[in-house]
Design a protein around this ligand. Structure first.
Ligand code: DAT
Ligand code: MG
Length: 177
């Protein structure tokens, strides 16, 4: 099933100039970066708190927050077959030492800093549902995962679904000419 996921170069990833390398690895794995931009979370603690809400009570949270404000970030929307799990595998485990041991070819293993937890160069959504939330958070747009517009799904009557159906009909009518 084709999916969208949210990916983000963190300040260390941007400083290392990893965009082209990420694009190359994604392309080799059938993944397309459909949108990307250079951005900055300077002073936007509220958004960082929202994004890392599950870690607010951790002792390392202040380091994580400061790190995310320490330079530019690069948010991306990525699309492809099984994109959520595929991207998570390509970036590797959260902990850079673990990544080096268990997934030495992963992006975090190759470019992350084993001496500073937050500096693992790249973020990726951990579920299709979170991808929708995170794309909305960083791009301000609501993307509907394609499976949500399959016939019989609870989203079938959404505006997006109607547009997709209309497009399919037009394509089919062209094919039958
Ligand atoms: P992931 O980024 O793999 O989804 P997460 O959501 O648990 O992992 O954590 C978000 C980020 O917080 C992670 O990329 C780096 C930082 N982090 C997580 N655990 C940490 C720890 N024990 N020490 C320092 N930073 C940590
Ligand atoms: Mg996470």
């Amino acid at each position: 099933m084709v999916e969208f996921t949210y990916v983000m170069l963190k300040p260390d990833g941007v400083k290392l100039g990893l965009y082209e390398e990420v694009e190359r690895i994604f392309a080799e794995n059938g993944l397309t970066i459909v949108k990307h931009k250079l951005d900055n979370l300077n002073g936007n603690k509220e958004l960082i708190r929202e994004h890392y809400a599950h870690l607010l009570d951790k002792s390392f949270y202040p380091d994580l927050e400061n790190f995310m404000m320490s330079g530019d970030i690069m948010p991306m929307i990525v699309m492809g077959e099984n994109a959520v799990a595929k991207v998570r595998a390509l970036i590797g485990p959260t902990n850079v030492l673990k990544a080096r041991n268990e997934a030495p070819d992963s992006l975090r293993a190759r470019f992350g800093n084993p001496d500073f937890g937050p500096a693992n160069v790249i973020h990726a959504s951990d579920s299709k549902e979170n991808a929708v939330v995170e794309i909305k958070r960083f791009f301000g747009i609501t993307i509907t995962q394609p499976e949500m517009v399959e016939e019989g799904s609870k989203y079938e009557d959404s505006g997006y679904s109607k547009i997709m159906k209309a497009r399919r009909k037009i394509r089919e009518s062209w094919k039958s000419r």
